[in-house]
Design a protein around this ligand. Structure first.
Ligand code: HGY
Ligand code: MN
Ligand code: MN
Length: 418
């Protein structure tokens, strides 16, 4: 019996838990600041573990810090059906990014318990550790990467941009036992399907008036570290003709990033400089050094890489014209990931069964499902973001959409686990 379980799903219960989690690392402006591997992250993980235990599910934390609740099926050796997302947030992030996926997966498990759902495959409900690690470290998604053996030991030595602590120290600081890191890897065939519900974080579902986005492919990102070095000097005494102002060079480059991405309309590419710092930041000193991280993404790797090449060429041109020294380094990247046909179709069928409006669509944002999708059949479903805003205090997804999403997720998990 896979139908009817979703009638035990409660949007009100999901909304209550969203509000409860928003108290942990919440900002006065309504945004979230629950950075990965911080005390706030630990508090949210512990609360999630308690909610799982309250459902009677055994809970474990693997060697990469993934928090995993397991609902046994008839065959404990059968490949796992996994659902989840992440509880950590970006700095000044929103209350739904990642959280919606964890809470709707928890809700599906609660509904399965209430319905006495009988199934063969074990179901695992997961908070993937540190999906938002890029907010602090130059590595993304260490938790889900570890599950596919893609977290390298040198990644653990990367230092946090904000505190200088290494990834290893930060993970240890919330009690993660890295000696079991290798054991976090899941062998091929050990997971039947991974389904991640996530907020869309863009405008398309709202514009189309659809309740669910059935994700077909996830955009791949490349991130470049760029340093421009000129000459620090006196802002009053040095005439304009003598200057090698690193910040003016960076200003030209920022606009070159935007121009190059805008010029590539189909397939679309996005380009952003979200992080930049410069020195020495005094009103009377010409800035001598600027560091920025350039993020370029697309579902089409060739289009993305062509735009990245245009940006690099612009950086070299600007450096020569302004007599600046340029450092340019690829710091991290993810290939575009098509999701598994079988899982995509299951989600589509669940929407049809429940009469929920849906449309196929790509994901511009990166997600744990894309990491796991490199080794296991993965699928994603989106729920609408009001105004297309995310990674911001204004991030909002309506309770009725969370409930509809949780019902579709529940139905899809029941079909996969039966
Ligand atoms: O950057 C991303 O796509 C994700 O939100 N970490
Ligand atoms: Mn995010
Ligand atoms: Mn996310």
């Amino acid at each position: 019996m896979t139908n009817g379980v979703e009638r035990y799903v409660s949007g009100a219960r999901i909304a209550e838990r969203v509000a409860r989690l928003a108290e942990i690392g919440g900002l006065p402006n309504g945004g979230m600041n629950r950075l990965p591997f911080t005390p706030e992250d630990r508090a949210a993980r512990d609360l999630f573990a308690r909610w799982l235990s309250d459902l009677g599910l055994p809970v474990r934390v693997d060697g990469a810090g993934n928090v995993i609740g397991r609902r046994e099926g008839g065959d404990p050796t059968a490949p796992v059906v996994m659902a989840g997302s992440h509880l950590d947030t970006q700095p000044m992030g929103g209350r739904f990014d990642g959280i919606a996926g964890v809470l709707t997966a928890l809700e599906a498990a609660e509904a399965m318990g209430a319905a006495g759902f009988v199934h063969r495959h074990p179901v695992e409900i997961v908070d993937f550790a540190a999906e938002e690690s890029m907010g602090r470290f130059d590595v993304s998604m260490p938790g889900s990467r570890a599950m596919v053996g893609a977290l390298k030991s040198e990644d653990l030595e990367l230092r946090c941009r904000l505190t200088g602590e290494t990834l290893r120290e930060a993970m240890g600081s919330i009690g993660i036992d890295l000696s079991r890191l290798a054991a976090a890897e899941r062998p091929l065939g050990s997971i039947k399907a991974v389904v991640e519900l996530h907020i869309e974080q863009g405008p398309h579902l709202e514009e189309a008036g659809k309740q669910i986005g059935v994700v077909t492919t996830v955009a791949g990102s490349v991130r470049y570290h760029c340093v421009l070095e000129g000459q620090q000097a006196h802002s009053g005494a040095l005439p304009m003709a003598y200057r090698r102002d690193a910040l003016c060079g960076a200003a030209e480059l920022l606009l070159a990033v935007e121009r190059a991405a805008k010029a590539q309309a189909s397939p679309p590419v996005v380009g952003t400089v979200g992080y930049m710092d410069y020195e020495p930041r005094s009103p009377v000193i010409i800035p001598g050094r600027v560091r920025m991280i350039i993020d370029v993404r697309s579902v089409d790797a060739a289009a993305r890489d062509a735009v990245a090449a245009d940006i690099e060429a612009a950086a070299r041109r600007i450096a020569v014209a302004r007599r600046l020294h340029l450092e340019w380094r690829l710091s991290s990247g993810f290939p575009p990931t098509p999701l598994a046909r079988a899982v995509v179709d299951t989600i589509t069928r669940a929407c049809e069964d429940l009469g929920v409006s849906s449309m196929p669509m790509p994901s511009g944002a990166g997600h744990d499902a894309m990491t796991l999708g490199r080794r296991f059949p993965a699928g994603m479903l989106f729920v609408p973001s009001v105004g297309g805003i995310s990674h911001a205090p204004q991030e909002l997804t309506r309770t009725e959409d969370l409930e509809a999403g949780a019902k579709v997720l529940c139905r899809a998990l029941c079909m996969l686990a039966a």
